[in-house]
Design a protein around this ligand. Sequence first.
Ligand code: AGP
Length: 607
Amino acid sequence: MCGIIGYTGSLKAKNILLEGLTALEYRGYDSAGISMFEKDGIRTIKAAGKVADLAKKTEEYQDLNGTSGIGHTRWATHGGVTECNSHPHTYGKVTLIHNGIIENYHELELELAATGRYPVSQTDTEIVAMLLDSLYTGNAIAAIKAAAAQLDGAYAFCIMFADEPEVIYCLRNASPLLACKSKEGTFVASDVVALIGYSKDYFALPEQQIARLTKDSITVTNDMDEVVIPKMLHVSWDITAAQKKGYPHFMLKEIHEQPDTILSTILPRITKEGIVDFTVEQIPDTIFKDVNRIIITACGTAMHAGLIGRVMLEKLLRIPVEVEIASEFRYMDPIMDHYTLVITISQSGETADTLAALRLAKSEGATTLSIVNVKGSTIDRESDYVLYTQAGPEIAVASTKAYTAQLSCLYLLTYRFALVRGTITTQQCKEYVTELRNVIPAVKEALTLNKHIDDICSNLADKEDLFFIGRGIDYPLCWEGSIKLKEISYIHSEAYAAGELKHGTLSLITDGVPVVAIATQSKVLTKMISNIREVRARGAFVILITNGEIELEASAYDYPIVLPKTPDYLTPFTAAVALQLLAYYSCVHRGYDVDQPRNLAKAVTVE
Ligand code: AGP
């Protein structure tokens, strides 16, 4: 939701903070600010707009030589996008930055008004600075603990007290905060992409524990003021993995990384005999044996991957699988018990609704298994079992390689599940695994459709509404195609079960309305062809996505996208590439920001 960076050491803090904010900007980018300890006290510079705007503003100051400071790039939750509302916020001796939402900030504001303290911004964060100032009597940790006891909500704070130059305090609850130490000093950030240039060894600050960063050390203490040694984590990829490598946008790079990331995700889970095995992941077969019901819960694209996973799991296991939107699941009082397996899917591992769904499942005694991309993330650390997607850092807000890596994990899970429960034989498992591996060259070939799809998208540049229609496994693909297109090209689109159109929505299909028809499933192809003719008869502009050639007259569509042939049940991998490219080039033709679309952030760490 927001990007946080803190540093104290021997180097010029301004440069480190701005570099860190640039790396974190995908987490939120409507305004930014930095505060540093300078000779004359704490100096704060803020700007509405991008980190580049803030960097330009700092050039007006030649005396920013401090070697300790904090920085923040914002995704607005409380208060408009203004310089005043951007972080850091200072009140009295306290300067802080915050990622999260304080649910009870208004009650606190009223209580603080009684002490003569009033905010100048519209943010919940400034109220926390005021609260800390009201509690601070010279002991920073005591003030932080007393404030935390009064806060409801999600937060990750970096706090500076004017009385303690070059010291940074940190505290978190639900929102992520990672820290590391190097010869240059000590660092704290929302995401490892901002730390990896200094150290590949880091730790996640445990919740409700306070970290005190000085130039030489990081001390973590618990609520009993006992020193805690956090578990160290190691990041396997290098800093270049989080850079564009010559692509115009992170999203295009990440789309093209998919053959490698699918391979990296499936290969380590396949034995030399060619079957799926999770020994390394320490996922025991027992969880597959005892389960009588599966619930998949996630948000956005991760949830769409779950919809595909459900088709596969029910196809091979013949047990009920539900897919629930996490923000609904957590409030619907769901029925679960020890025999329920709850699978949470999350690229960031920090999505607040998915995390809350996971915690609810655990509280109800369900077994929890998460499919996560970011190691050391909160969902990773709180799940009973984890199956990592090996997609590397995904920087573009629009999720692409994480989606196909999530699919890969779901197909692998299905095969291990079915093997353990005996609904497929070892030989069948080997065949499924072989076909899954063979989808990689098909994905590589699908990427060569980029120029063709770019040409098609030139017809969409002036469109404001579009429909995705499909049947069977193509229908959840429509959901993914729709969110991709909406979130970056800002073309409104709707995913529709093709067989359902005539029950109402067909009234919206008139001359020139674009319809993306995904027709890859042989079993329902005849019906799908009828639906394509229905929309065509009403003047639709039809983009047809198929899994090889199909029997349909050329007059029934405007542009075909013929995917490399795969078994029908594996077309989500190749169709995903086509849908991602469709969204990408539509956005480029419309001239919008591909990697940092308006109003969005990469990880939604608040409700
Ligand atoms: C997908 O393109 C979006 N960025 C969004 O729907 C995302 O998938 C969703 O917020 C879930 O994020 P997560 O996978 O990190 O939990």
